[in-house]
Design a protein around this ligand. Structure first.
Ligand code: HEC
Length: 176
């Protein structure tokens, strides 16, 4: 038993220092593409713009295959982006962009960073503004024809904006 434990320690120590044959340094352009931080108040958003109508077409091409034509989701695997308003306080809470997400800027960031799921990080800033506008429109949050840019997106008031309560962490000195 003792020998097995020693052997396991040796293997993990080796693994931590060398990773033989695994991975390669990330290329500078990939690091740059991932090195973005978009804050809830819109800081970090790139310049750009897009409207609901442009977003409708882009959504059909890049998103509908999984999230369905009107954002209702498909099967259990592909989450709904629409619906669930009024369900959060029930046992059948349905959390979607429309019912749950407090900031439109986070919708932008999520789409830019991690969607399409099978090809993330490939959409241009203008395309992400347009698709975000369309997803917000599907949720009835912005009207048809709405254009969004880096100034107007943070002004969009999400239905659940006030549904979160800041927790108290006395050891964290962050400003709220
Ligand atoms: C290949 C399937 C696929 C495609 C295409 C795709 N998504 Fe997704 N999307 C997913 C999956 C799976 C998740 C859940 C990921 C997770 O929970 O980590 C998700 C999650 C999301 C979420 C977060 C939902 C939530 O409330 O947690 C948003 C917003 C989103 N997708 C938007 C988009 C948009 C916009 C597009 C098109 C640009 C897109 N997705 C394309 C599969 C896909």
């Amino acid at each position: 038993m003792f020998r097995i434990v020693l052997l396991l320690c040796a293997v993990s120590a080796f693994g931590q220092t060398k990773y033989p044959g695994v991975g390669k340094p990330a290329a500078a352009d990939r690091v740059k593409a991932a090195d973005k931080t978009v804050m809830a108040d819109g800081r970090g958003l790139p310049a750009g713009k897009g409207n609901v109508e442009t977003g409708r077409g882009l959504y059909k091409t890049h998103c509908a295959e999984c999230h369905n034509e009107a954002g209702e989701g498909r099967d259990k695997q592909w989450p709904a982006l629409v619906g669930g308003t009024g369900t959060l306080a029930t046992k059948a809470a349905k959390k979607t962009v429309g019912s749950y997400w407090p900031y439109a800027t986070t919708v932008w960031d999520t789409i830019a960073r991690s969607m399409p799921y099978n090809n993330p990080g490939t959409l241009k800033a203008d395309e992400v503004y347009a698709i975000t506008a369309f997803v917000l429109h599907l949720n009835g949050i912005v009207p048809a024809g709405q254009e969004l840019d880096e100034k107007s997106l943070p002004q969009v008031k999400m239905p659940n904006r006030d549904g979160f309560i800041p927790t108290v962490h006395p050891d964290v000195k962050a400003k709220r």
